[in-house]
Design a protein around this ligand. Sequence first.
Ligand code: GLN
Ligand code: ZN
Length: 760
Amino acid sequence: MIKTHNLGFPRIGSHRQLKFALESYWKGNSNEADLQQLAETLRQTHWQLQSDLDLLPVGDFSFYDHVLDTSALVGNLPSRSDSAASSLDRYFQVARGQSHASSHCQHVAAGEMTKWFDTNYHYIVPEFDAETSFELHAENLIAQIEQAKRQHKNIKPVILGPVSYLWLGKAKDNSDKLLLLDDLVVVYEQLLIKLAEYDVEWVQVDEPILVTELDAKWQQAFKQAYFLLNKSPVKLLLTSYFGELKENLHLACELPVAGLHIDSINAFSEINQVVDWLPAHKILSLGVINGRNIWKTDLNATLDWLEPLQARLKDRLWLAPSCSLLHVPVDLASEEALDPEIKSWLAYAVQKLAELNILATALNAGRVQVAVQLRDNALAIDSRKQSDRVHKSAVQTRISNLDINISERQNPYEKRAKLQQQRFNLPLFPTTTIGSFPQTAEIRQARKQFRLGEINAEHYETFIRDQIKFSITEQEAIGLDVLVHGEAERNDMVEYFGQQLEGYVFSQFGWVQSYGSRCVKPPIIYGDIFRSKSMTVETAVYAQSLSKRPVKGMLTGPVTMLNWSFVRDDQPRSATCLQLALAIRDEVVDLEQAGIDIIQIDEAALREGLPLRRAQWQDYLNWAVRSFKISANGVRDETQIHTHMCYSEFNDIIAAIADMDADVITIETSRSDMELLDVFNEFAYPYEIGPGVYDIHSPNIPTVDQIVNLMDKAAERVPAERLWVNPDCGLKTRAWAEVKPALAAMVTASQILREKAQFS
Ligand code: GLN
Ligand code: ZN
């Protein structure tokens, strides 16, 4: 019989119960017992929802992040956390700098947080140094196992494997992390022995780094670790996901474990090779349901390729989702407002597990046993394929007739720069901001009232206009050179545009965890994208009418729209991105025509779309950059295009950034003391650049001296004539009381810089 299992279930709860419980605990409104009780209830509910599976995951639940859980498990929480605090409070201190808002709670430096592979989930980076030692602290995992066993017999603990754990961490003293491997593996051996005492047969050991480019040392680390774990009294399911194994394929097949899981969505082309290479005593678990998107699986098509494999593998074949379902929302049944036709094309975690069950039944008992379900699935798949809500011939025609030069400006940058200089006549070190101003309680309240129908459109419009007027007045008083309207009408830079474009839908409960208690609800791109009417022109024109200084038009770029949405899976991402690019282009051209002379197109998320393997970077960058250029470059030479990115780890993609051909770019740099601009020493970046001088993630107000200092450092790397002075990012999370003095300091700093430049 084919077995089914799950790699992990979303922890947050169908209605974000965990988020609210955590935040209440952190505020001091509930105690640890309340929080543990809620966690227990959530886990129980989640196991109940998974009870059709042959093996239920245990240990996939987390109060913040499973990598941080692993640090706790192996006794590697940084020592700066308060040793007198409870283990849960120490854990939260590392996660977020403090456990409780109260003043007696110790504040420590939070652990660094970074993206989990190519997902939008973030983990707390483990910290190592040459002295790091490990010690097993399995209490938390064991408690979950005990809870699960009270309800279910068939459990499978999930742990992050030792090699990936080391790889994901950082050696603070630059020592060689791999020297810690043997000690770490000892703790894993102890853990596996302990798990065997709980009658555990299988343990899922996640080693997702198997899908990345590993050098010989790390490949060797796998052999070393799993050779040692080979004596373990439980069976190990070595688990990879998110991509192809490629050069690690033989290694993954040959490590001495009892089974291997591969992501058959992303490594489809490798399945046969893996079947050939996998020793005959091993289980092969195929991740056949996409754990990264929200679309129904084509079950009949999946069975078509699974049946021959089943004939070869027999009982050695297991089925699972491709990766943990952490990356999808919990239950589609919660969505009561979603368009029913589109809803019929979707599957959240609960629905994905039901699909798994249908596949397994079809394989074990024959397709006839699930004929009805298979027929319904075929109807849904077919309806999506044929729907004229998905396929718009006007969009297709436009794309097939695209002019090959559509991505190019009329003239090269040097020529444009002169025209723009004459036109805007900006001083040296011009000052600007990134777009948003504080989203005050008043603004959020008005938006909510409008959404609930408590105030009418006219009332709301007037309110927004007043906000715009206020922000323009403030900016003029502060003395900024290039203004923004402040984005009071937007709650989110992707959703705002998605709601106005065709081809997008919005869910009510499509939450996925981004980090800790923070969740995002990515909009869903289901069909061909186009813009049926202008989105920002009226607002931009109004804002510009209030000032003689240029007010930037403000848009979100196509790559960011793509990377922060759930994207349709029936065409390449690049094709969807191109459609987005054309829609934004239409808006850019309309803005220019309406008299907006400077247009900023944010590409906050361009970098995070980079594929896991470097070998695939260039292909992504090619289409991403081309999409940006198509969106931006329909304008005259005199129109100035800005872009903004929320990071400045540019070194490895600087050439692509330059290829974007944007006249001005603003980036985040203040925390790095401008060192991140070092790349400009080697790379002759020809465009203007605004390195952030105000850390908008902190309530601290930068002083004039600090800003002058930072800009002096920037000027060592980029010619002064090409520098702008601006914050790191938008100011929406800050308060006016901080923003005003901070921007005033920027303006004063820029005056000092101008004077200094005159005399040098
Ligand atoms: N224009 C947006 C803002 O200022 C940019 C936000 C971002 O880059 N994340 O809020
Ligand atoms: Zn930003």
